[in-house]
Ligand binder design. Structure first.
Ligand SMILES: [Zn+2]
Length: 340
């Protein structure tokens, strides 16, 4: 099969790789209908995260089950399924509490690379969620978004306790930030402030439910959020970048007693203890337990109540994965969908 491999920063190649095989009786093999490039794939692509030799890339997937191991009971060949970047048993105490991305038996799905024609998914029964039927083609981008960016934005909004009568601010205008806007809107937030200085992204944020746009960042961005909230700060702030600047911007934009939901993968973030102590904000976040939200998200997409697939503003054949990385790296594209 064909699959994308990162050789070194800036060097993505699509090449012939071994077909995935069932290695554990709880595995499933999926033929991917669509896959994509994640904002977090840009960390190694940009050389900010070390690349240890050729690495298969990708961890977002949706497609049709080809084969299942002997222990798999709920997932069947022929079903269209969506899963998350961490495989989970969905039965342990941590999973039952809704934290499947910290499952005691969790396994990364990305290790073998989902930017490919086929993928092995471990713990298939606990990890995969089937759609009611084979989806119409135009639903596939949205179902793929549920695999990571929508689930991650949704977790950010839930962790920030977005909801009725709340003012929500979103730091970061990548796909996750934009879908956090959508999530906050679905959760009933009264006011949603998107922080973005890019016109096409501002437009999409408004389509997803943003009521205000703030173009300033850093201290000026914080001042602007305070100005819009009677000097208090937002009730709920979603951090969807993962840098020191964005994390402090999120904390400082939150009112005392408010909540920060942080879902940008942290790179070099160090929090000042004294400031945190006196801020009186709640912090909750981490790798999103996407599996918790998948049934609800698939349902919303299936019934065409949400259209998160709009974040894919570039669609390429898998063979052109390198162009997808480059377009996202240069911020020419919000998110690149790859068709195997
Ligand atoms: Zn578990």
């Amino acid at each position: 099969m064909r699959g994308a491999v990162l050789y070194a920063p800036g060097d993505v190649r699509v090449e012939e790789r071994d077909d995935p095989k069932i290695t554990e009786p709880s595995d499933a093999i999926i033929r991917l209908s669509a896959t994509c490039v994640c904002g977090s794939d840009l960390w190694p692509y940009r050389g900010i995260e070390a690349v240890d030799g050729p690495s298969p890339m990708g961890h977002e997937y949706a497609g049709i089950v080809q084969e299942v191991g002997s222990q798999v009971t709920s997932i069947k060949p022929g079903q269209f399924v969506v899963g998350s970047f961490f495989a989970s048993d969905n039965t342990c105490e941590i999973c039952q509490a809704g934290y499947q991305s910290s499952c005691i038996n969790k396994q990364p799905v990305g290790a073998e690379g989902a930017q490919a024609e086929s993928l092995r998914v471990p713990l298939a029964d606990g990890t995969l969620v089937a759609t009611p039927d084979l989806p119409a083609d135009d639903l596939i981008p949205s179902l793929l978004a549920a695999s990571d960016v929508l689930g991650t934005g949704w977790f950010g909004a839930v962790a920030a306790q977005a909801g009725p009568a709340k003012t929500v601010a979103v730091v970061g205008d990548g796909a996750v930030g934009l879908l956090a806007v959508l999530a906050a809107s679905q959760l009933g937030a009264e006011r949603i402030i998107a922080m973005s200085r890019h016109e096409p992204r501002q437009r999409l944020a408004r389509e997803f439910g943003a009521t205000d746009i703030v173009t300033e960042r850093g201290d000026a961005g914080v001042a602007r959020i305070k100005e819009l909230t009677g000097g208090l700060g937002a009730h709920s702030v979603i951090e969807a970048v993962g840098t020191q600047e964005s994390m402090l911007q999120a904390i400082r934009s939150t009112r005392p007693g408010g909540h920060v939901g942080y879902v940008g993968v942290a790179h070099g973030v160090e929090l000042p203890g004294t400031e945190l102590f006196f801020s009186h904000v709640h912090l909750h976040g981490g790798p999103a337990p996407v599996r918790r939200f998948l049934p609800e998200l698939i349902d919303l997409i299936w019934n065409r109540q949400i259209d998160p697939g709009k974040v894919f503003d570039l669609s390429l054949p898998l063979e052109q994965a390198a162009e997808g990385y480059q377009a996202m790296d240069q911020r020419r594209a919000i998110k690149a969908l790859l068709r195997p």
